[in-house]
Write a protein that binds this ligand. Structure first.
Ligand code: NDP
Length: 247
């Protein structure tokens, strides 16, 4: 059997924060299986990065709301790369708008992807982790899950749910040597925040003590730390990466 610390599984790995996490974990020597609904056009760049670090990377197109596809993804990863030791759930979407006019579909799309998708992935992966008696799970929440965020009731609810889910999971699996932590980014420059109007961006920036948006690499560095044995005594925590917004 391979080293269960070496294989990492990342959702939402095609772009943004998830992509940076895939790269960072490869650089740390992990074999990485990632998924997203569509695979990146430059998947070859990840393969070259993995080859440079003598690791392997596998991309799979799937929707995290599809529980059967998620189970198959976890099983295939173990079969092809070996026992999974690190799980990072970054797949997420926004569909902002005031509650008064929010459609049921917009509610479900966000909650089903962000929260139920996290549940699907963690549930499929937790039994293998328990069997190997080690592992690190890192879920991606948001400052919007810690504080109110107008026009984001669906998104905030999903992200607050991820925090409660992960803290409960941390207590449940600690005796198996598994840690579970939450990363809660603030404003990070990705496709998700590209669509913000100049006015909305300026308003958000004005509230950030460090006065700038964060980078995907800054989030990935923290995720990689939590995934590693250097964070061996940290579990059930929510780590804000937000330039001080949630302080
Ligand atoms: P991006 O929009 O840049 O990337 C989202 C990723 O998730 C893509 O890989 C996307 O690929 C994938 N994805 C979306 N829906 C699904 C699905 N149903 N099944 C599988 N994969 C899916 O977002 P970010 O990188 O900015 O965000 C990553 C995470 O960080 C999200 O959970 C987000 O909520 C959170 N976050 C982001 C912040 C920011 O400022 N950017 C702030 C706080 C939290 P595809 O579309 O091909 O499926």
């Amino acid at each position: 059997m391979g080293d269960p610390g070496k294989v990492a599984l990342v959702t939402g790995g095609s772009r943004g924060i998830g992509r940076a996490v895939v790269e960072r974990l490869i650089e740390d020597g992990h074999d990485v299986a990632y998924c997203s609904r569509s695979l990146p056009g430059d998947a070859g760049a990840l393969e070259r990065l993995a080859a440079d670090h003598s690791t392997r990377v596998l991309g799979t197109a799937l929707d995290v709301t599809d529980e059967k596809a998620v189970r198959t993804f976890v099983e295939d990863t173990e079969e092809r790369l070996g026992p999974v030791g690190v799980v990072v759930t970054s797949a997420g979407v926004v569909r902002d708008g005031p509650l008064a006019t929010m459609t049921t579909e917009a509610w479900h799309e966000v909650v089903d992807t962000n929260l139920t998708g996290t549940f699907h992935v963690c549930r499929a992966a937790v039994f293998p982790l328990m069997r190997h008696r080690r592992g690190s799970i890192v879920t991606i929440s948001s400052v919007a899950g810690l504080r109110g965020s107008a026009s984001q009731t669906n998104y905030s609810a999903s992200k607050a749910g991820i925090t409660g889910f992960t803290k409960s999971l941390a207590n449940e699996v600690a005796r198996f040597g598994i840690r579970a932590n939450v990363v809660a980014p603030g404003l990070i420059a990705t496709d998700m925040t590209d669509g913000l109007s100049d006015k909305a961006r300026a308003q958000l920036l004005a509230k950030i003590p460090l006065g700038r948006a964060g980078t995907v690499r800054e989030v990935a560095d923290t995720v990689a730390f939590l995934a590693s044995d250097r964070a061996g005594y940290i579990t059930g925590q929510v780590i804000g990466i937000d330039g001080g917004v949630s302080n």
